[in-house]
Ligand binder design. Sequence first.
Ligand code: DGY
Length: 323
Amino acid sequence: MKNVLAFKPLPADQLDRIRALHRVTVADPKVAPDAFYAALPEAHGLIGASTPIDAALLAKAPKLEVVSSVSVGVDNYDQAELRRRGILLCHTPGVLDETVADTIFGLLIATSRRFVELSNLVREGKWQNIGEDLFGDDVHGKTLGLIGFGRIGQAIARRAALGFGMRVLYHARRPVDLAAAAPDLQGKATHTPLEQLLPQSDFVVAMLPLSDATRGMVDAKFLAAMKRGAIFINGGRGPTVSEPDLLAALDSGHLRAAGLDVFTKEPLPFDSPLRTHPRVTPLPHIGSATHETRHAMAELATTNLLQALAGERPTAVFDTSAA
Ligand code: DGY
């Protein structure tokens, strides 16, 4: 029997799976820091999400064998330190792709058609004549530029190309072999250099993981290269975008609007101008937040944890060798 520290609540059935084999403490450091830090020194396994696990925190967990994240993104973890200590890092790829793509596509439509702004008019009793000043722009038939073309990017491309008749351009380090990875997108998504993709796209959707290479990638130069009147959507990680540069591009009228599910600081600070900007549709990082998908993520994270603690190779280990 080993010691597991769940740093975020897990569904009861997944907690039961762990409890059948190990001793479990559930303590979210944001809610119960004393219990969390008391359990760390004996913990063999950590499971959870939304808490930065840095070297200082890891130093308090000398027995740690595995960190199992209930997320696909692993930017919260000090990967170099985990690799140095030989601690496995697991995550949840694959099970959230369709749900995140739904969220991003919904955000894209909501932003282009001004759903939140117009819904607020109704709620505030201000529904009068819906004239041209309140019209949105079509989504179908337009050009979508995807920055990042992993599994989630491909799921967004599928909705755009097959469902909405959109032309899809994508930027990735190298062209994706669509015949092997996504045969239904063959001839429907085109690998395009960034400098050509940005001025052609009516919508630019960033789905970038956070790394040294992507931090601040969406800056003034990137935004200036976008088509005038285009819409920017971020569903990857907040710090890939310079928020002051994005605000400047919105305020100058160069960009028509932005839909944002992620921010540099989360929860979004109350005084952030992005919170109330009339042309920003903000969401509270809900890309994967459905009952079905969050359960599937917890299930995979639990499987990863149990496999690692049993000395087996987990289903979804994140390769920290590049860190
Ligand atoms: C992920 O899984 O990385 C999502 O962004 C939720 O954190």
